[in-house]
Design a binder for this molecule. Structure first.
Ligand SMILES: Cc1cc2nc3c(=O)[nH]c(=O)nc-3n(C[C@H](O)[C@H](O)[C@H](O)COP(=O)(O)OP(=O)(O)OC[C@H]3O[C@@H](n4cnc5c(N)ncnc54)[C@H](O)[C@@H]3O)c2cc1C
Length: 391
């Protein structure tokens, strides 16, 4: 068994995406590690060589980004006490805080699980369209868009829950701008189909209405409460809110995949009835001592049927809470920081403008800012500062 740091503690961070990188870098800073001086070790386990900034995938769909611009070499994160263990996490034992990867078992004193979601294609969707939740899918969508001559274009949310509740709407609006600029708008019908009752339903009626209005202004047809049941030979079949079967032809399709909690975490017995890790909403502690879960892998219930959106902004705030509390415990102190679910979520609308929804998602005190160029630039800045600040 590989251990641990002889002098200090070891933190196992599962996943080198947005939550994992953020928690590792914050831990490293708070612990006081420096290059050559490791007070406590932080091991990141990641199967990919690069770490993806997924919020920029919608820009990739219209050729405003390429793969190299939205991911970076994860080994660059290995500063101070951070080491990256490349390879699949094959098993996790949360009772004993151990992880097996590449035939080796690693023991830690604390564990932070940030493995995101596992993506699955339902109804053979990959034969009909592009999963824009991957870098390959977003790139392939753009390749087809470049030669598109007009017709019916659909953005489909294939199942719930899915991460980034604005991504389907944002992608439709960016595509709309692209088609206008390429003189194809008059020749193209754009529709968004989703099983949700409204866009961003967790944010309340006013915000949902605003998003609907913005789409309507762009001539984008919105079909809520439409559950996809089949996709074959360019025909999409849905069941609508009345239980009726509805079909539509499509010439181009972008879709969100089915999201599941990664199997390695399900097999480790870390999930609740929902099939996700039901971490404490304030501390992100799991049912296992000194084991935390952050980001998309968690399920945090809000009022009614709604849950805290799976979003990078929350993965990052959760990372800061967990890092702070782990370091307190390393010093024999009580954890004292809580995650309050305050954050801002930006939806690009094309034409250099964006809308910002922000506030406290636990108390539902949210508001939507006027569409502005500033919000668009803030979103670009988020991408730039992610890479500049962490890699
Ligand atoms: C199209 C799109 C647009 C988005 N837009 C926004 C936005 O505007 N704002 C926003 O806040 N959020 C947005 N998001 C959501 C945001 O990207 C996620 O919420 C965020 O990445 C979650 O971080 P995470 O660490 O939980 O998971 P991820 O960032 O997905 O990281 C999980 C990591 O775990 C690794 N992994 C998984 N299983 C294993 C295993 N068995 N072994 C080893 N490694 C493994 C994966 O390779 C991955 O690197 C968007 C997402 C998409 C897809």
């Amino acid at each position: 068994m590989q251990n641990a740091n002889q002098n200090g503690k070891t933190v196992l961070v599962l996943g080198g995406g947005i939550g994992g990188v953020r928690v590792a870098r914050e831990l490293n800073k708070l612990i006081g590690n420096e290059n050559g001086i490791t007070l406590s070790k932080i091991l990141i386990f990641e199967k990919e060589k690069t770490s993806l900034f997924a919020p920029s995938l919608t820009k990739m769909m219209i050729g405003k980004r390429d793969a190299a611009q939205i991911q970076d070499d994860l080994s660059k994160v290995a500063l101070g006490g951070i080491e990256v263990v490349f390879g699949n996490v094959d098993s996790v034992d949360p009772e004993n805080i151990t992880v097996t990867s590449g035939g080796q078992t690693y023991k830690g004193d604390y564990m932070v699980v940030s493995l995101g979601t596992e993506q699955h294609d339902v109804h053979n969707l990959s034969k009909t369209g592009h999963n824009f939740y991957t870098s390959e899918g977003a790139a392939a969508f753009y390749e087809q868009l470049k030669t598109f001559k007009g017709g019916k274009l659909a953005v489909v949310v294939s199942s719930l829950p899915y991460k980034s509740p604005v991504a389907p709407y944002e992608s439709a609006m960016l595509i709309e701008q692209y088609l206008r600029e390429h003189k194809l708008r008059d020749k193209t019908e754009i529709s968004v189909y989703s099983p949700e009752r409204a866009p961003m339903q967790f944010a309340g009626e006013k915000i949902s209405e605003d998003v609907r209005r913005i789409m309507k202004e762009r001539g984008i047809e919105y079909k809520p409460l439409h559950q996809l049941t089949k996709a074959e030979n360019g025909t999409l079949t849905f069941t609508n809110e009345k239980g009726d079967v509805v079909t539509t032809e499509t010439d181009m399709l972008a879709y969100t995949p089915e999201h599941r909690c990664p199997s390695v975490i399900r097999e480790a017995g870390m999930t609740g009835e929902s099939g996700w890790v039901e971490a404490n909403p304030q501390t992100l502690q799991t049912k296992f001592d000194k084991v935390y879960a952050i980001g998309d892998i968690t399920k945090i219930q809000l009022k009614d049927d709604d849950q805290l959106p799976k979003a990078g902004v929350f993965a990052q705030y959760q990372a800061l809470t967990v890092a702070h509390n782990i370091v307190r415990q390393m010093h024999g102190k009580q954890p004292d920081k809580v995650f309050t679910a305050e954050g801002k979520y930006i939806m690009d609308q094309g034409d250099g403008k964006a809308t910002r929804v922000g506030g406290n998602f636990y108390t539902s005190s949210l508001d939507i800012k006027e569409t502005s160029a500033i919000s668009h630039w803030v979103k670009i800045l988020q991408e730039k500062s992610w890479f500049a600040g962490h890699f």
